[in-house]
Design a protein around this ligand. Structure first.
Ligand code: UDP
Ligand code: MG
Length: 318
């Protein structure tokens, strides 16, 4: 049983002025109510609204609150990564700022961790207040990903989870730039379990995941955790070559028996369009991997911190 411990809660924030204060209060309630020894680590991911001012005020009044302020928007997954890397806790909880993941669920997560689990992730039962598009696309995406992926990534889970210090340490050494955290933590292993919960509506404000970010996120999940698309390319290549052979034989036979006329135009067009489609698709898939290789070899830092607050004052290790 893990008894004396420090709990870190990592919260990424991007333009969350309408929820920042409430989020802090709800988390604080849960922490105090359960008598946890805690630190709250807010990562301001280059917000352009009043989020930072609110956070600064909170950190000024409460030394258990640490803030990292990014120089610009680096994205949700990078913000969470930074939080995990800077957290000092024996257990670290990752939670969204918008209260879609109920902070009260941290309590059962901590219980399971105390019993010896190293990762406790939240599995979404119901998701209220989401558009049907988000629900359907998420459902399909998680199933598609688990079919494609070489790692066993649990379906219908987000990043809301608790991880043990040792998982965080391993995670922090993982250098990849296009990060898909739920996959990376699944990949790490250790003793993992889950709790089920109902995902609430966003408390206020609107989603910071427009379609473009969602697509990039989905691509990271698939291309970083599976090489099947590459293999699919060659399979696709073989199939089309086979079809092409059939067409060639067919046209030759037509020619030999003297029935070749301008009618061949149709098959020609079909073949050309079909094969160009396959080729473009294949180049696209290759491109996805090459772009990722390029990102890795640049060796740029994952994020740039403009300012840190409360990192020296507290009674914590860092
Ligand atoms: N977020 C972030 N950087 C971004 C986009 C989002 O730090 O570029 C944070 C956001 O503030 C929130 C969490 O990531 O705390 C999840 O975002 P959101 O709730 O908008 O996503 P959704 O729940 O709609 O998928
Ligand atoms: Mg949300």
């Amino acid at each position: 049983m893990r008894k004396e411990f420090l709990l870190s809660v990592v919260v990424p924030m991007y333009n969350e002025e309408s929820v920042a204060e409430v989020c802090y209060q709800r988390l604080l309630d849960v922490m105090n109510h359960n008598g946890y020894n805690f630190e709250l680590l807010f990562v301001n991911d280059g917000s352009q609204d009043g989020t930072m001012a609110i956070l600064e005020q909170i950190a000024c009044d409460d030394k258990n609150v640490k803030i990292v302020d990014f120089s610009r928007n680096f994205g949700h997954q990078t913000a969470v990564t930074c939080g995990i890397q800077l957290a000092c806790g024996d257990a670290i909880v990752i939670i969204d700022a918008d209260l879609q993941d109920p902070p009260e669920q941290i309590v059962p997560m901590v219980k399971l961790w105390q019993e010896g689990y190293d990762v406790v992730y939240g599995k979404r039962n119901q998701r209220s207040g989401e558009t049907w598009f988000k629900l359907v696309s998420a459902k399909c995406f998680y199933r598609f990903l688990s079919a494609m992926s070489d790692v066993d990534i649990p379906v219908d889970t987000g990043d809301f989870r608790l991880i043990d210090r040792k998982v965080a340490d391993v995670f922090s050494t993982m250098q990849e730039k296009n990060r898909f955290i739920r996959g990376m933590i699944a990949w790490v292993g250790f003793k993992q379990t889950f709790i089920e919960y109902d995902r609430d509506k966003r408390f206020a404000g609107e989603t910071k995941y427009p379609l473009k970010k969602m697509l990039k996120f989905a691509a990271d999940g698939i291309f970083s955790f599976s090489s099947k698309p590459l293999k699919l390319m060659s399979t696709l290549g073989f199939i089309t070559i086979f079809i092409a052979l059939l067409i060639i034989v067919y046209s030759l036979v037509q020619k030999i028996i003297g029935r070749a006329t301008l009618t061949g135009w149709t098959s020609l067009m079909v073949a050309i369009t079909f094969f160009s489609g396959v080729q473009l698709l294949s180049f696209g898939i290759l491109g996805e991997y090459i772009a990722r290789i390029y990102d890795e070899i640049k060796q740029r830092p994952l994020y740039i911190i403009k300012n840190k607050y409360n990192f020296h004052e507290g009674n914590f290790r860092r």
